[in-house]
Design a protein around this ligand. Structure first.
Ligand SMILES: Cc1cc2nc3c(=O)[nH]c(=O)nc-3n(C[C@H](O)[C@H](O)[C@H](O)COP(=O)(O)OP(=O)(O)OC[C@H]3O[C@@H](n4cnc5c(N)ncnc54)[C@H](O)[C@@H]3O)c2cc1C
Length: 371
């Protein structure tokens, strides 16, 4: 790229902090750095025309774990660890809502429901039996019982007639959330450059040399917030996990309202603008879905349509309006990786399926690695 004197001086000189990735983590990191170091020169680099990972692709569940998920976590983590995980999600959601405002992100607390298939009856029985114990465990965080049992009033088919309701689960408008966040970042005087792919970096004297597909330059500190794409920048503990989604055309008199989890959370759906947004099915083919390629597969899309027809909307005719996918970053552990990698390089990655909840907090924690 043949840059002018002006371009080099204005955009690529004296950069204090360069952040890779303009998802929820990278943008929150940038905002927090600007608050802590108001005079700093901050540059965010994003490979996509828009943020192009998970933050603008997700389902917009403001959740902290369904009952079966929490029970599953208790099999592999201590009670204290599970409480810490939930507390982090809660703290992250509160931070997101405080920073951006409920109205600006379309936040609605309609509650969340877990559905159980007939095959999952043993799991349903276990969840029912452990419900009082779990409510007691969560009481210090919520001050009230979180979970209760409710009759299915939505007319679902091929599932248990009773659902487990979580009164504190919410939903938001993902597009509005990211638009508000991007606006806030730009208003704070932080530069964002799109369509720039960071290819590699090397430590230089008191700085980092950053090589992109367009140019090379120096920054004092580099902060990586690339989540599912982090392997390409040498962070091997994060694997990509594609999540596929579809949305119906508007449905007249749609009765479904809230966020819904099915098959231990492998499927999720919600109402938005009189439509049903439905995603999941990664468990049908984990291997193929371990990819950073944004595409859909017949296997998963067909299964989503089949569940929509036979379980979620058995009495309602519907049409599919649109399909898409996004890339999450997962690993052996659920805890995000927020750490220093080398003298001037840091990362905040591996947010799993909970980045709406924890992204604001992970971004803040990443910025706090800079002292
Ligand atoms: C379909 C789907 C549904 C989901 N539903 C929910 C939900 O309902 N609730 C919830 O809490 N979470 C959900 N998640 C997870 C959540 O969206 C993510 O955890 C969160 O968005 C991660 O944010 P991030 O900023 O860390 O990563 P990302 O949003 O992926 O941001 C990383 C950014 O880095 C950019 N990038 C990557 N590599 C480079 C490079 N080399 N150079 C320049 N730029 C680069 C990418 O383009 C991307 O914009 C869902 C995810 C998906 C995919």
């Amino acid at each position: 790229m043949n840059l002018s004197y002006w371009e080099t001086k204005t955009w690529f000189s004296n950069i204090d902090f360069c952040i890779v990735g303009s998802g929820i983590t990278g943008l929150n990191c940038a905002l927090n750095l600007k608050t802590r170091f108001p005079k700093s020169n901050i540059l965010v680099l994003e490979r996509g025309m828009l943020p192009n990972g998970a933050s603008t692709k997700n389902a917009g569940f403001a959740c902290f774990g369904s009952i079966s998920e929490i029970l599953d976590d208790l099999n592999s983590h201590s009670e204290e660890e599970v409480l810490q995980l939930i507390q982090k999600r809660l703290k992250g959601l509160n931070l997101l809502r405080k920073n951006l405002g409920d109205k600006n992100i379309g936040y609605k607390e309609y509650g969340g429901y877990e559905l159980f298939t007939k095959e999952d009856r043993p799991l349903f029985e276990e969840c029912k039996a452990k419900l009082p114990e779990l409510n007691k465990m969560l009481e210090p965080l919520f001050g009230e019982a979180v979970f209760s049992i409710q009759k299915d009033s939505f007319g679902f088919r091929n599932i248990e007639k009773k659902l487990i309701f979580n009164q504190f689960e919410g939903q938001l408008n993902t597009g509005e959330m990211m638009e508000t966040l991007l606006y806030k970042v730009q208003k704070a005087g932080i530069k964002i450059l799109n369509n720039v792919n960071v290819e590699e970096f090397t430590e230089a004297k008191n700085s980092v040399k950053i090589k992109t597909d367009k140019l090379e330059f120096l920054a004092r500190k580099l902060l990586i917030a690339t989540n599912g794409f982090s392997e390409k920048l040498g962070i091997a503990q994060v694997k990509p996990a594609r999540a596929q989604v579809l949305i119906t055309k508007p449905i007249k008199n749609l009765k479904i309202k809230g966020t819904f989890h099915l098959d231990k959370g492998y499927y999720y759906f919600r109402n938005i603008d009189d439509c049903i947004l439905f995603g999941g099915g990664r468990n049908l083919d984990f291997k193929t879905e371990e990819t950073t390629e944004m595409a859909q597969t017949k296997l998963i899309q067909q299964k989503l349509e089949e569940l929509l027809k036979n379980t979620i909307l058995p009495e309602t005719s519907f049409e599919i309006e649109h399909r898409w996918s996004g890339i999450m970053g997962v690993g052996k552990q659920k805890k995000p990786i927020v750490k220093q990698i080398s003298e001037n390089v840091y990362c905040g990655v591996r947010l799993g399926g909970m980045g709406v909840a924890i992204g604001s907090l992970v971004g803040k924690e990443l910025s706090e690695l800079i002292i």
